[in-house]
Ligand binder design. Structure first.
Ligand code: BT5
Length: 216
């Protein structure tokens, strides 16, 4: 079931009350959230949605759900004709500007997959964001893009965690880059089967399961 709300605080909060299979789309979010309690600007024109899924991965592989959503968002944006790449774990980027972000949360045996894509909105420039409209001067049909996104999400969720990671690697430009992440610096060499970023540092190999990545 797809529920379309004119406005809500956060679609992830609205979705937490719903059964698996529900999709919530809001035209505006008044308190859109990023990871670690960060703010997500969600003005009219963007695609702000949450998908409720059954908790289908073992706890150690939960990051994979977020990576799968990042892949679906990147594939959706590429289908709109814009060359997007994923920055680990799941920022969808056009060059060094962010067009989409993912927030996955676990509650009551469910996964809430929150996906935000800057489509027809004016993206907040001061946080390094960009929108589809700014890039192409075209208007995207919100519901049509939602179907494309859900189509890719349901496709990628048919794969097991290892295959999701392989698909993710074909869409990401992080492996091979010099990175800094929460006090660790080095070359991002790979992503593990749990979705952790493997970084070769001056002091040896580190695995980082979550964090905020910067390219150096
Ligand atoms: C994310 O967090 O990228 C997750 C964003 C998830 C948004 C969706 S919208 C539907 C659902 N409901 C919600 O309430 N959230 C989800 P993070 O990696 O922490 O990135 C947050 C950072 O991105 C902020 O600190 C800003 O620097 C930047 N930012 C904020 N708004 C943005 C926007 N609209 N576009 C691009 N970057 C933005």
């Amino acid at each position: 079931m797809v529920r379309i709300l004119r406005t809500c605080e956060s679609t992830n909060d609205a979705a937490s009350e719903c059964r698996p299979g529900t999709v919530i789309l809001a035209l505006v979010q008044t308190h859109g959230r990023g990871r670690y309690g960060r703010r997500w600007y969600s003005e009219y024109g963007g695609l702000w949605c949450s998908v409720v899924l059954p908790d289908m991965y073992p706890p150690e592989k939960r990051t994979v759900a977020a990576l799968a959503a990042g892949c679906a968002a990147a594939m959706c944006i590429k289908e709109l004709g814009v060359e997007a790449v994923i920055k680990w774990p799941n920022d969808v980027m056009i060059g060094d500007r962010k067009i989409a972000g993912i927030l996955t949360e676990h509650t009551d045996g469910k996964i809430i997959v929150g996906i935000g894509i800057n489509l027809n909105n004016q993206a907040p420039e001061d946080v390094g964001a960009v929108s589809y409209k700014e890039l192409t001067s075209r208007h995207a049909d919100l519901l049509q893009v939602l179907w494309i996104l859900l189509d890719y999400l349901s496709w990628i969720l048919t794969f097991g965690p290892e295959d999701v990671i392989e698909i993710w690697k074909t869409l990401s430009d992080t492996p091979g880059r010099r990175v800094a992440i929460d006090g660790i610096e080095g070359i991002a060499v790979d992503v593990s089967s749990t979705g952790a970023l493997i970084v070769d540092t001056a002091h040896g190999r580190e695995e980082v399961l979550a964090g905020t990545l910067r390219y150096l």
